[in-house]
Write a protein that binds this ligand. Structure first.
Ligand SMILES: C[S+](C)CC[C@H](N)C(=O)O
Ligand SMILES: N[C@@H](CCS)C(=O)O
Ligand SMILES: [Zn+2]
Length: 387
């Protein structure tokens, strides 16, 4: 499916139909990847940063030179000298970490997003989500970047995912036994709360001053740029309240976005959005939008997912996506994950089978899930060995 932001209405309708076709091709249940940020950290990246995982997009090659002889490894990525080629000229003596000390990535860190995408593709993901969850224009500007640089990094996030998908697909085609589908690339758009980086994507509390119009203005330019960068889907992730849902639905119309979207909510109780508002009110708005192909929940504890799918299936005809977190709880102030409340004796993949039976059409994992989670999910929902 090509990038479709500039297509005429008939072609846009075809793009929406292509999502349905794609789901059929995957046997009625597509596998989404797992936690992008989680796996980035597993590769050694330091994402304790206002941009969180989007910090991996920042690199400044014009400031750097080859000094592998001087520095044996990147202390952040722990990548050995043979692949570490970029370090700042003026700070050779004092480097402690690419992101924290220098404010940008070494080449090894910069390769990490592609590696993460590749690992999820190998694990069996039919849909990979770009590294743009917390990539925002104001966030990049606050780092001293120009508008042009900021917009360029948004495009880069989609480009890296498309490159990984195409590279992986080329190698999959060379295999004698067909195991994989050609994956779709979803351009991630996190909530306003994710940008605030104050834990409000799990509370939905944006303060008294925020309005639907302000939220639209916050999302507008990033949406335009990501939609025009050639993704197959736009993935609005962890949307915590009704006002932001309304802003997104209206914005998709106003900007006439023809890339099919999904809107996924976050929930901390399994019955409401994080704000305490009902799913029903949001689903009603989404049901009347032709721009939204898929609805669902992400970054929500696994024990709530089956009940949520059952509710959604009563309230919408759109395909339902679920990609819960591990059940651990994000402490937005201390910036760390707290232990999960016990979610019973069932493993994530055994639960995934139940989510499929309850009617979910796309299943994956969010924070604190990994390629091995996705490998297990893929095997169980597709009944396929060999990944
Ligand atoms: C999905 S949460 C763990 C992402 C990080 C959060 N927006 C923060 O920056 O603290
Ligand atoms: N796509 C993002 C979602 C965070 S809630 C990630 O996996 O890092
Ligand atoms: Zn998450």
């Amino acid at each position: 499916m090509p990038g479709v932001s500039a297509l005429a209405p008939a072609a846009a309708a075809a793009a929406m139909g292509a999502v349905e076709e794609f789901l059929k091709k995957t046997g009625g249940c597509a596998v989404i990847d797992g936690g992008f940020a989680t796996q980035l950290e597993a590769l050694g990246a330091d994402i304790n940063d206002p941009l969180w995982s989007a910090a991996c997009l920042i690199s400044k090659p014009h400031l750097v030179k080859e000094v592998t002889a001087h520095r044996p490894a990147c202390p952040t990525s722990n990548v050995p000298a043979c692949v570490l080629t970029l370090v700042v000229r003026s700070q050779l003596a004092s480097i402690t970490s690419c992101h924290q000390a220098l404010g940008f990535a070494c080449t090894a860190c910069f390769d990490a997003p592609v590696q993460v995408h590749m690992q999820y593709l190998e694990a069996g993901a039919d849909v990979i989500i770009s590294s743009s969850y917390q990539a925002t224009i104001p966030g990049f500007l606050a780092r001293g970047m120009s508008l042009e640089e900021a917009e360029g990094l948004l495009r880069t996030s989609v480009k890296l995912a498309l490159e990984a998908r195409d590279e992986f697909w080329k190698s999959a085609l060379r295999q004698s036994k067909p195991v994989y589908n050609r994956a779709l690339v979803a351009a991630s758009i996190g909530s306003y709360g994710a940008y605030l980086a104050d834990g409000s994507e799990y509370s939905g509390s944006y303060g008294a001053d925020i309005t639907t119009e302000k939220l639209k203005d916050f999302h507008r330019r990033r949406l335009q740029i990501l939609a025009s960068a050639g993704p197959d889907l736009i993935a609005f992730e962890a949307i915590p309240n009704k006002m932001e849902t309304q802003a997104l639905v209206e914005l998709l119309e106003e900007e006439n976005i023809h890339v099919p979207s999904w809107i996924c909510f976050s929930s901390v109780d399994g019955k409401h959005l994080c704000s305490g508002e009902t799913f029903a009110d949001c689903l009603q708005m989404i049901n009347s939008s032709e721009k939204v192909a898929v609805v669902g929940v992400n970054c929500t504890p696994p024990q709530f997912i089956e009940g949520i799918i059952i509710e959604f299936k009563k309230q919408t005809k759109k395909a339902v996506a679920v990609y819960p977190n591990s059940g651990e709880v994000w402490d937005g102030i201390a910036k760390r994950w707290l232990p999960a409340e016990c979610f019973g004796h069932m493993s994530f993949d055994a639960l995934a089978k139940r989510w499929q039976e309850a009617g979910a059409s796309l299943i994956g994992g969010c924070c604190r899930t990994t390629p091995s989670t996705i490998r297990a999910v893929s095997k169980i929902v597709k009944g396929k060995a060999g990944l």
